[in-house]
Write a protein that binds this ligand. Structure first.
Ligand SMILES: Nc1ncnc2c1ncn2[C@@H]1O[C@H](COP(=O)(O)OP(=O)(O)OP(=O)(O)O)[C@@H](O)[C@H]1O
Ligand SMILES: [Mg+2]
Length: 267
C-alpha cells in the first residue's frame, strides 16, 4: 500500500497505557503502545490470553479512556463511542425475540438513522452474506455461522469506517470459519473498510491480515510487527493458506508466540 507518511493515520495509538483500577488493586493491562493503522488496512492482533487485545479494541471503540497516551482516529482524539467505529464481539448478541431483519435494523434504530435507504442497504448486505431468505426468521432458527453473519451485517449496516472484530469465529466449526473468513475479507475489501481482528488462530491471522502484531503480556505491549508478504496478502484467506511461504511464516509466528508464553509463565 502506498501511503504518504504525512497523511493522518486512520487509527493511531500514541504511547497508550491503560490501568484497570478496582477497590483492591490497580492492574496495568497495557503499557506504552504505539500503533498506526492506515485506511483500508486489515490488522491482526495475536498474543497470549491477558496481553490486552480486547483492551486495545475497547480503547479504539471509545468504551474505555486510556490512563495515559492518546487514541486518535484521523487525528481526532477518541473521547467516546462513535458511529464511525463498529465493534463486533465474540458473542453475537442477537435478540431472540426479534426477527433477523429487526436485528439487523437495530443499530440503525439506536443511531436514529433508520429510513428506507439505510434499511435497503442492510438488506443488501444480508443478501451478500447469503441470508436474504432468512430475513423473517428468528435467531434460534439459524446456525452459529449464520448468526455470526447476521451480527456482521448488523455492524456493517451502520456503515462504520472502522471495524473491530474480537475473536468473531472462535465458536464456529472449521469449515464455516474458513468460508466466513473469505466472505469477511471480500466484503471489507469491497466496502474499503479498515479492520482490526483479534484472534488466537495464527493461521487465520496470517491468512486474513495485511499486518500482524504479536503482543506480550505483563504488561501488555507490542513484541513484534510482521508485514504479510504480498503473495499471501492478495488472495482471499482460503487460498492464502496454499501460498508459498505461508508455512514458514506460520512457523516463525508460532516460535515467537511460544517464546512469549514461556517467558511469561509463572507470573
Ligand atoms: N474490567 C477489568 N477490570 C480489571 N481488570 C481487567 C478488566 N478487563 C481486563 N482486565 C485485565 O487486563 C488484562 C488484559 O485483559 P484483556 O481482556 O485486554 O486481554 P486479552 O488479550 O483480550 O485476553 P484474552 O485473549 O483472554 O481475551 C488481563 O489481565 C485482565 O485480567
Ligand atoms: Mg480478549
Amino acid at each position: 500500500m502506498t501511503q504518504l507518511s504525512s497523511s493522518p493515520a486512520k487509527i493511531e495509538l500514541c504511547s497508550v497505557t491503560h490501568l484497570y483500577v478496582t477497590s483492591t488493586r490497580a492492574f496495568m493491562a497495557i503499557k506504552g503502545i504505539d500503533l498506526r493503522v492506515e485506511e483500508g488496512e486489515f490488522i491482526c492482533l495475536v498474543g497470549p490470553s491477558g496481553c490486552g487485545k480486547t483492551t486495545i479494541l475497547s480503547l479504539i471503540a471509545g468504551l474505555e479512556r486510556p490512563t495515559a497516551g492518546k487514541v486518535l482516529i484521523e487525528n481526532q482524539e477518541v473521547v467516546g463511542t462513535s458511529p464511525r467505529v463498529g465493534y463486533m464481539l465474540q458473542q453475537d448478541y442477537l435478540f431472540n425475540w426479534r426477527s433477523i431483519e429487526e436485528n439487523i435494523f437495530l443499530g440503525l434504530d439506536i443511531q436514529g438513522i433508520r429510513n428506507q435507504e439505510t434499511e435497503e442497504y442492510a438488506l443488501h448486505l444480508l443478501e451478500e452474506m447469503e441470508l436474504a431468505d432468512f430475513r423473517k426468521s428468528y435467531p434460534h432458527q439459524l446456525s452459529g455461522g449464520m448468526r455470526q453473519r447476521v451480527a456482521l451485517v448488523r455492524t456493517l449496516s451502520c456503515q462504520p469506517e472502522i471495524l473491530l472484530l474480537d475473536e468473531p469465529f472462535s465458536a464456529l466449526d472449521y469449515q464455516t470459519k474458513l468460508k466466513l473468513e473469505d466472505l469477511i475479507v471480500a466484503t471489507l475489501r469491497r466496502h474499503k473498510k479498515t479492520a482490526i481482528l483479534v484472534t488466537h488462530d495464527l493461521s487465520e491471522a496470517i491468512a486474513m491480515g495485511d499486518r500482524l502484531f504479536i503482543l506480550a503480556r505483563n504488561p501488555g505491549r507490542i513484541n513484534r510487527e510482521i508485514i504479510i508478504p504480498e503473495r499471501i496478502r492478495e488472495p482471499l484467506p482460503f487460498h492464502a493458506r496454499n501460498q508459498e511461504g505461508f508455512t514458514d511464516l506460520f512457523n516463525q509466528v508460532w516460535k515467537e508466540m511460544e517464546g512469549l508464553t514461556d517467558a511469561s509463565r509463572g507470573d
